[in-house]
Design a protein around this ligand. Structure first.
Ligand code: PMP
Length: 380
């Protein structure tokens, strides 16, 4: 049966990406590969909306998170870490294992954070502030624009986990004062897992250059040195075929236009929320912080979340996700990131109406579709 991945990563692959994945591997020190990598580098700058160098490392997003902090900070450095869910906690664990002096600013799950609360906790000796842009476990975003702008002129480096937002939601490293933005290939960037991408400011480069803490594979100075070679290279063997696939994916984003891509995600987010509300369901995230790339919704009392997920897949071929940790059984998560259209959101809403009706909930089949169609027709 045909399956539709409405999951928050990995996400579906466009046919242009699948086609590239069927190609023969290239040797990574050849001219042919260098051309691919050079084109990817300029495409990544476009997608990151930055002039900063964007390095490509072979790892999932977690590797990129570790690379960011191990280069910027030393054991004992004071770091302010914002956690609004599972992935904020993961970044906290990484920082703890590196021996940083981490202050954890806990945000209630389902909410995000802005500059005010961060600045209140900032001390003169804080070397870095780390925020998850889009907390995939709760579908809530933080206001990284206001935080970055407030941090400009302080001594703190600003590091953002944009793993589930970049390529679907607006991120502007320079204007927003973000020293390192980390993302990975398998979410809004429409590729298989295997690569992590980091944009690096001059300030972050200087911090890395002056940092003697131990690292080798994650050394961003080495990665940038190789990126600056003519032609650009990697220090180690990259996941060549995913690099080739990433070029196909960023080319698609360039063709659609980055701002159009952001608008599409915003529209899909609104369609999902309005559709779910029309079904009588309540989105989990606070409306002020909602994500554009995925929607989490509370599971009605007495209904088994796992059963919804199972029926969605078995009856409709649509794969959605459940909640993690304390949200297990309490929410379901529908992603609309990357190679997903408004039509896919409509299909998912229709399937969910059918599933809930089948489970005995009094849903008015068709209402969610109509509510979402109305949003879709407004466009913009
Ligand atoms: N941060 C966020 C916000 C994520 O959604 C994820 C992946 N779900 C990660 C970090 C970790 O990335 P990976 O699984 O690619 O290591």
């Amino acid at each position: 049966m045909k399956k539709k991945l409405m999951t928050p990563g990995p996400t579906p692959l466009p046919p242009q990406v699948v086609e590239v994945l069927g190609q023969q591997v290239l040797h990574h020190r050849t001219r042919e590969y260098a051309d691919v990598f050079a084109s990817l580098n300029s495409g990544l700058k476009y997608v990151f909306a930055t002039h900063y160098p964007v390095v490509t490392l072979t790892a999932s997003g977690t590797g990129g998170m570790e690379a960011a902090v191990v280069n910027c900070f030393r054991p004992g450095d004071r770091v302010l870490l914002v956690s609004a869910g599972v992935f904020g906690d993961r970044f906290y664990d990484i920082c703890r294992s590196m021996g940083f002096d981490v202050t954890k600013l806990e945000v209630p799950w389902g909410k995000g954070i802005g500059a005010g609360e961060v600045m209140e906790r900032l001390t003169p000796d804080t070397r870095g502030v780390i925020v998850t842009h889009n907390e995939t476990s709760t579908a809530a975003r933080s206001d990284i624009e206001s935080i970055g702008k407030a941090l400009k002129g302080t001594g703190a480096l600003f590091i953002v986990d944009a793993v589930s937002s970049l390529g679907g939601m607006e991120v502007r490293p320079e204007e927003w004062g973000i020293d390192i933005v980390v993302t990975s290939s398998q979410k809004a960037l429409m590729c298989p897992p295997g690569l992590t991408f980091l944009s690096i400011s001059q300030r972050a480069m200087e911090a890395a250059q002056g940092n003697t803490s131990r690292r080798h594979y994650w050394d961003l100075c080495k990665a940038v040195d190789f990126l600056n070679k003519q032609p650009p290279q990697h220090p180690f063997t990259p996941a060549v075929n995913i690099v080739m696939a990433s070029l196909a994916a960023v080319t698609l984003i360039q063709e659609e236009g980055l701002e159009n891509v952001w608008l599409r995600h915003k529209r899909m987010g609104k369609m999902a929320r309005e559709g779910l509300r029309a079904m009588g369901l309540e989105p989990f995230a606070d409306e002020r912080y909602v994500s554009d790339t995925l929607t989490a919704v509370k599971v009605p009392e007495g209904i088994d979340a796992q059963e919804i997920i199972r029926r969605m897949e078995e009856d409709f071929g649509i794969i959605i996700a459940g909640g993690n940790r304390s949200l297990k059984g309490k929410i379901i998560r529908i992603a609309h990131m990357g190679y997903i259209s408004e039509g896919d959101v409509l299909d998912t809403l229709k399937a969910l109406e059918g599933t809930l009706a089948g489970l005995g909930l009094p849903v008015d089949e068709g209402k969610a579709y109509t509510a979402a169609r109305t949003i879709m027709d407004i466009r913009g």
